[in-house]
Design a protein around this ligand. Structure first.
Ligand SMILES: [Zn+2]
Length: 175
């Protein structure tokens, strides 16, 4: 037995920040664990203890549909807010079941390529992502919300730059 095990390739240690696939859940969907990357409290460097574990169905264009199991940890020494996985927050908005890549793809299909919901839905089904028409509509709504956030952020940045430029051009007020 030991000889057989020695013949197996040696797997590198998995850092907590990386995805680890577990056994399939009863739903048949793969379970992906998301652990916080932070090992110590960002405020006081104290120990982080598991606060809770939540599981949600998550559909992404890159990985299809999976069960995301997120563990959040909280400092035992201070009142710092719980920390979660930055990797997961980069993949999908909090507590939502659609990844950013899927939201953007669906929004572009609908509003840039002017495809009907049924076409978008059929295309997703070919990619292994089964959604209802209502879910496609929800995706497109979220795309517009994200676009609005980006546009608003862009306008804020533009306004700040213009105010800065105007101040430089006019110069400080001299009495
Ligand atoms: Zn702390």
């Amino acid at each position: 037995m030991l000889i057989l095990l020695r013949g197996l390739p040696v797997w590198p240690a998995w850092p907590a920040a990386r995805l680890t696939r577990a056994l399939p859940a009863p739903t048949g969907l793969p379970v992906v664990n998301f652990e916080p990357e932070a090992r110590r409290c960002p405020l006081c460097a104290g120990d982080l203890l598991v606060q809770k574990t939540r599981t949600r169905t998550l559909s992404t264009l890159a990985a299809g549909t999976l069960l995301a199991r997120e563990t959040s940890r909280q400092c035992r020494s201070c009142a710092a807010p719980p920390v979660g996985s930055r990797q997961l927050s980069g993949l999908a908005p909090p507590r939502q079941r659609f990844g950013y890549d899927l939201i953007v793809w669906a929004g572009l299909q609908r509003y840039h390529h002017l495809r009907q919901r049924a076409e978008v839905r059929a295309d997703l089904a070919r990619r292994g992502i089964e959604l209802s028409d209502g879910s496609v509509s929800a995706l497109c709504d979220r795309f517009l919300q994200l676009l609005e956030c980006c546009a608003s952020h862009y306008l804020d940045v533009k306004r700040t730059v213009l105010v800065g430029l105007a101040g430089r051009r006019i110069g400080p007020m001299v009495e």
